[in-house]
Design a protein around this ligand. Structure first.
Ligand code: ADP
Ligand code: PAZ
Ligand code: K
Length: 255
């Protein structure tokens, strides 16, 4: 069974993965750069105990991090608890695709993991939307080359910025709007969250397909994708476990 850790800008997700992409046990911490090795060790303890597993069930470990400040603490805690050297995802390992970017060393490893999972599951050119703290779109051509990405503010942080900057706009916790055209402030904001993000994705898919000169398979993943994808007009495959599948595939290719 694989121990996985995905360190994102909002959440750190620890998991135990017995089969590709499925977590038998998971623990989610808010990302806080002050977290200590001891806290992560306690987290692994809880993760393993939660479903009656034991550390001896863990045969490998893989870490993906877009928060460098936390990577070393997580790696040290994995070592301490499992005696295993975790595979830390990076652009130089065997990926199953090539990267054609100016600075591949800067490419977010969450996007690398998404792409690694996607090239095994989908044919043709790909546009992979990962909706977390930021929304990212990774573009791969049909010859399995990662040619670039698009990065813009994520659904939740863009909403929070709107509320923070506008005196008369209340803080909202997203709910599905009654319709496109709102009749009161909160309904107008619900509509804005949903349809601005959905329309952006639709528009980007069209533009990417135009630029590549071929149709693309669009895939969406990440914490908030579930609420946005249903409002999109383009065909989009919702694949919530894509990054986890990528971690499994990267481990198989590199361990
Ligand atoms: N299932 C969900 N439903 C609603 N909001 C979510 C869900 N999962 C995550 N979020 C919110 O989406 C934002 C991004 O979270 P997450 O997907 O964990 O991002 P990251 O991988 O960047 O840490 C956070 O504000 C989080 O609270
Ligand atoms: C774009 C990101 C901030 C997304 O992070 P997330 O929303 O998953 O926390 C992350 O992938 C990152 O820091 N990337 C480095 C810049 C780049 O990919 O070019
Ligand atoms: K993201």
């Amino acid at each position: 069974m694989l121990l996985t850790v995905d360190i994102g800008n909002t959440n750190v997700v620890m998991g135990l993965m017995p089969t590709r992409g499925e977590l038998a046990s998971q623990l989610r911490f808010p990302t806080d750069k002050r977290r200590t090795v001891r806290e992560f060790m306690d987290g692994f303890e809880a993760l393993v105990a939660m479903h009656g597993f034991d550390f001896s069930d863990v045969t490998g470990a893989v870490v993906s991090s877009v928060v460098p400040e936390l990577t070393e603490s997580v790696v040290a805690s994995v070592r301490a608890k499992t005696n295993l050297e975790p595979l830390v995802v990076n652009y130089k390992m065997n990926l199953g695709f090539s990267i054609d970017m100016d600075t591949p060393e800067r490419l977010g490893v969450d996007m690398i993991a998404d792409a690694a999972g996607a090239v095994n599951d989908y044919d043709g050119a790909l546009a992979i939307f990962d909706m977390g703290t930021a929304t990212t779109c990774s573009v791969l051509t049909s010859d399995r080359t990662y040619i670039g990405s698009i990065i813009y503010p994520g659904v939740v942080i863009s909403q929070d910025a709107l509320t923070a900057q506008c005196s008369q706009l209340p803080f909202i916790k997203f709910e599905k709007p009654k319709g496109l055209i709102g009749k009161n402030t909160v309904e107008c904001m619900y509509s804005g969250v949903l349809y601005s993000n959905a329309a952006t994705i639709d528009g980007l898919i069209d533009r990417i397909a135009d630029e590549l000169g071929e149709p693309v398979t669009a895939i969406a993943t990440g914490g908030v994708s579930r609420m946005i994808v249903p409002a999109c007009r383009r065909k989009i495959v919702h694949d919530p476990n894509l990054l986890l599948k990528g971690l499994w595939d990267l481990y198989k290719l590199n361990a």
